[in-house]
Design a protein around this ligand. Structure first.
Ligand code: GLU
Length: 309
């Protein structure tokens, strides 16, 4: 057992004993059914060693963590022209806020708030049917993890499609400014479905390896993006990955990270590790409460904060 294995197990044991677990997301009915007692933590280091503890293999709804991968795909498709459609500044607003969109004339602040992610999805969709665009996103996730079993949880997608009025408002509003090229229903359909991809902490940590290692999978040597692009995606994760809780996450954890309302968090220790944590209970900003607590402990005990020990 390595020191990393021991620390990961220790943190999982500590989290299992905590009673402050946050509240599961209720605005997507299917997510409200998830048991708040779950907790998983997986860390994959530069040598490919996997330290896993708790519910490391339980699949959960990755929700907004999918936005990291759709951002990667959209940058691959249209390069830096993407930044004409979406900004890269922290929003300081809740994940589904509509207020900024009005005075910024339909250009979302960053690719990780819902409006920004919907605009990014629209870029991936252009030139394709929704089914093909989803196929492309799923193929990318399966390639990154080398796991063909990764799939969309159709019940979660349908649940959000029925109740996603706020996202429909954001998309229609952007469409009125000409920011979306495709029919709003198509773009939203692809967005809801990629948010509904189900993955475990182990699969998510495998998928994040390219961001920890200059755009490459360090084990297979496969290049996913250039080193410069990986660095920039990490920068956007650090500044915007936790909505209006991004400052708090940087302050406490000190790593680029992206959360999802399913309770997952993908965090990157550049040059060192790809990390996935999951605990379904959320804090007031919609970020996993114990996910953040666990990552804070991990970053501290391993000395991994990018701001120093
Ligand atoms: N599908 C969710 C929504 O659009 C994603 C939000 C999140 O994970 O933060 O509301």
């Amino acid at each position: 057992m390595t020191e990393l294995d021991r620390i990961v197990q220790e943190i999982a044991d500590e989290m299992a004993a905590r009673s402050d677990r946050g509240t599961v997301a209720h605005y997507i009915p299917e997510l409200a059914k998830v048991d708040p007692a779950g907790f998983g933590l997986v860390v994959i280091d530069a040598d490919g060693h996997i330290a896993a503890a708790g519910d490391a293999d339980t699949a959960f709804s990755i929700q907004s963590i999918s936005k990291v991968f759709t951002l990667t795909l959209a940058l691959g498709k249209i390069g830096d022209r993407l930044w004409q459609r979406v900004g890269r500044e922290p929003s300081g607003s809740p994940f589904n806020s509509i207020v900024q969109l009005e005075f910024e004339r339909g250009i979302p602040r960053n690719p990780f708030i819902n409006a920004g992610a919907i605009a990014v999805t629209d870029v991936i969709l252009s030139g394709h049917q929704p089914r093909e665009a989803l196929g492309e996103i799923l193929r990318f996730m399966r390639f990154l993890t080398d796991d063909p079993s990764i799939a969309i949880d159709e019940a979660v997608a349908a649940s959000e499609q029925r109740t996603g009025f706020r996202n429909a408002a954001l998309a229609n509003y952007m469409k009125s400014f000409g920011v979306l090229d495709n029919p709003v229903d198509y773009t939203l359909g692809v967005y809801f479905h990629h948010c509904a991809i189900a993955m475990s902490c182990r699969q998510l940590a495998l998928a994040g390896r390219y961001l920890a290692h200059c755009g490459r999978n360090p084990v297979t040597g496969h290049s996913v993006v250039s080193p410069g692009r990986a660095r920039r995606i990490n920068a956007v994760m650090l500044t915007c990955g936790h909505y209006d809780g991004s400052g708090e996450f940087a302050y406490r954890v000190g790593l680029p990270g992206k959360s999802g309302v399913g309770g997952g968090v993908l965090a990157i220790a550049p040059g060192k590790a790809s990390i996935a944590a999951w605990s379904p209970g959320l804090d007031a900003s919609g970020n996993s409460h114990l996910g953040r607590v666990a990552l804070e402990a991990l970053s501290k005990r391993m000395g991994w904060s990018i701001f120093g020990v």
